[in-house]
Ligand binder design. Sequence first.
Ligand code: PDD
Length: 281
Amino acid sequence: MPNFAFINNKLVNFKSAKIHIEDRGLQFADSVYEVIAVLDNNLIDLDFHLKRLKYSLRELEIKFTINKKNLTNIFLNLIKKNKTRNGIIYLQITRGIQFREHKYQKDLTPTLIVYTRNKSFNLPGKNYTGVNTITFQDLRWKRRDIKTVNLLANIIAANMAKKKNAYEAILIQNGKVTEGTSSNIWIIKRNNLITHPANSDILKGVTRTSLLKIIKKTKLKLIEKQFTHNQLINADEVFLTSSGSFITPILKIDNKKINNGKIGNITLKLAEMYTEACING
Ligand code: PDD
């Protein structure tokens, strides 16, 4: 357990950190969040995270002004205090506190919550592993581009995966793959690398955005286009990306092995390139 959290303007003891019972984040999931990886004390893809946070806040008209310097100070302070050399920073901003009513008032003061958690990552090297997944119906709302804590449909799917000893559930909408419950999904067929376009059907992942830059340095042909369940299970290689999982190979989907259940060469190469970019900034 971490020792400290940051709530509004204060560093507080993690165990006794509290928010109000009429905080709209609690009552309505009226709230946005980010998960930022910390690798060897480095904040990974910080600018992309702050840009997406700004976007989520703006789309929901939550009036919180992002000050990069202040937030970075809070992050670095927590990393130090909680000794989070490798792990994640969790940041959540709720609309604030108000008597319970669906309609919100304009002048609320947002609640800021930040803390860190230690975590070891699945990075290329001798312990690099691939994962099992399941497919599951995408039951979510229509604004998945906003990173809100409104995650019940993701939770139902993720727990179905857990019941089946799988790491992630790949969400299917009208026969097409959207994304994972907390990751973006990619398939490789011959020289083509295919992933869902960044529209309101998926979250535009920060790891996804970073990987797009890396792909330009390879001979792969990037195709941002919807793909079917059939294309998914017949792909040469499949992998997922997220700030918590970096680039993780998918070796099994439901009962079908991908690439004979082995980590594919292209996935491995991309993971190596991405990790290298994270370490060297
Ligand atoms: N989830 N899609 C969804 C639905 C997600 O929740 C996430 C991240 C991603 C990948 O985004 P990024 O590369 O920016 O992490 C895609 C975070 C890690 C979480 O909820 O824990």
